[in-house]
Design a protein around this ligand. Structure first.
Ligand SMILES: *Cc1c(COP(=O)(O)O)cnc(C)c1O
Length: 223
């Protein structure tokens, strides 16, 4: 067994059943992904369109690719049809574009809306009030070829674990507020994606059912 496979299986054994694992393979070569694939992993996360498209071409087609990075509008068309889930929809404008391109391509795109609660201004996502407004205004009803499956979020990049937990709690509360609102009539809105290598156990404690783990599986990234 390789070190990567060892890491993967150890983490899988630690994650509670019912929580899906996205192996974040960005900046790691196809051979590293292949090792995880051979150990049974089928969900991989990438943050750049070009990289995802190239890897997708070279690897088995039963892989579920998740896009997790900031998606530039001029790259949307290339990505459509290649993903099982776009986790990082960070504006309504991007959502509308994904929808129109999906319709043109004759596919339905599954997406998560990314919410911004972290301290860093550099992070992307809907602010909580924007997100609530989007649902209150029933912005999802006019989508023709996009299904919103849930929420993705990140905690502040800090060693202060209380702060991290507080951020996850906020994201979780937003998810539950929306998913429990029966007046919205949402179907299959049931994914809460939060938690990375350094904080996934806190995220799971706060209700996450999808964790995105990169460096703890693949090692440090070579940028
Ligand atoms: C890179 C990345 C991850 C994985 O981060 P690690 O710390 O390597 O586990 C998770 N989520 C997003 C959105 C990322 O960009």
């Amino acid at each position: 067994m390789t070190e990567i496979q060892d890491n993967l299986l150890r983490i899988k054994s630690q994650i509670p059943s019912g929580v899906s694992l996205v192996a974040v393979s960005k900046f790691h070569p196809v051979e590293a992904i292949r090792q995880c694939y051979d150990a049974g992993q089928r969900i991989f996360g990438e943050s750049r369109v070009q990289e995802l498209v190239q890897k997708e071409r070279l690897l088995p087609n039963d892989i579920n690719w998740h896009f997790i990075g900031h998606l530039q509008t001029n790259k949307v068309r290339q990505l459509i049809g290649k993903t099982a889930l776009i986790e990082s929809v960070d504006s309504e404008r991007l959502l509308r574009l994904i929808d129109s391109e999906s319709e043109k391509a004759g596919v339905v795109s599954r997406v998560l809306l990314q919410v911004h609660v972290a301290q860093e201004e550099t992070k992307f996502g809907f602010y909580p009030e924007e997100l609530y407004d989007f649902f209150r205004n029933r912005g999802f009803e006019s989508l023709k070829a996009t299904h919103i499956c849930g929420i993705m979020g990140m905690a502040s990049n800090t060693d202060n674990l209380d702060r991290v937990r507080e951020d996850f709690r906020k994201i979780s509360e937003i998810f539950r507020t929306v998913s429990n609102d029966e007046s919205l009539g949402l179907r299959d809105f049931d994914i809460l994606s939060m938690g990375m290598s350094g904080d996934w156990n806190i995220a799971v404690e706060e209700g996450s059912d999808m964790v995105r783990i990169g460096s703890a599986i693949f090692g440090e990234r070579q940028y």
